[in-house]
Design a protein around this ligand. Sequence first.
Ligand code: ATP
Ligand code: LTN
Length: 330
Amino acid sequence: MKRLLTGLQPTGVITLGNYIGAIKQMVEYQNDYESYIFVADLHSLTVLNDENNIKENTKSLIALYLACGIDPKKNTIFIQSDNEYHTNLAWILECHTYFGELSRMHQFKEKSKKNTNFSAGLFTYPVLMAADILLYDTDLVPVGIDQKQHVEIARDIAIRFNKKYGETFTVPDCLITKSGTKIMDLVTPDKKMSKSAENKRGVIYLLDSESDIRKKIMSATTDSDMLVKYDKENKPGISNLISIYSSLKNVSIEEVEEEFKNSNYGNFKRAVADIVVEELTKIQEKYNYYINSDCIDKILDENIDKVRKIAKDKYDLVKERISIGRSKKL
Ligand code: ATP
Ligand code: LTN
């Protein structure tokens, strides 16, 4: 059975973008793959600020995974920092990655512009992500399109390593939503919806109240021509709302355009708000159950030995391949 693996950072309550780009895909594919989903808490150290409570966010993220339909019987859920082999392998991979390759990463370029006093970790972030993926012989990585470049560098590292030392890593593929949807910020629809956005009015969080969701959607930036038509260039706001509706309803963009061809923006926005509220209310009810139960600890306890064993075997193989560690008596 092929393996699927993804991670999300515990940098705050996850957004509708995270849900549509990553989690929903995991739920869709969980019956067909051996699936691993983890909390990328080590990655969140790269953008550390005083407001972040990583431990609390980690627990909340796992409760959200469960509430969104990630079935703990079909998915191995774990926390990245509980398995030390991720950082062990990352160091070895860093020594097989070029400075130039990392300098070309879009996310690094963007985030380092925002704060010029960035850490080395922000720069080497994609290598830790490559280690996350390669440790588990992952075949497919469901992520939003913004992470595609990071999965590609993991592929490049794996191919390079295998060529130099012999078959060691499975070369992963990226699994992007069918429509390649990137959910955009509701206020500034030329920017992706991001959980760490400064202006919260453009971001729908999975735990937002019904009235906040409705307010945010009803005041989303649109345009003046009053036509519900997908045109990312000229109508980014409306196109974004069409993407949200089509993803949550599992219908095509064309079907959405057809359904709302005679509607004004007000009616269309109300329909988008209805579907978002319907989906998120169900998630929130389940979230409240999971966050107050002891099942998260149980799941983590059950899984850690399993993931550590897989990762240790791969790490030991890598050490053999590059010839480090103890010499064994023949
Ligand atoms: P941050 O603001 O802290 O950088 P983020 O909102 O970008 O966080 P991540 O934890 O980096 O979220 O991403 C989790 C997953 O969600 C990744 O697979 C990412 O590609 C996907 N994702 C994030 N934002 C969007 C979006 N706006 N549309 C679709 N997918 C997204
Ligand atoms: N970089 C990703 C989170 C992440 C990840 C991974 C996703 C860390 N390691 C491995 C898939 C596979 C992000 O910011 N969304």
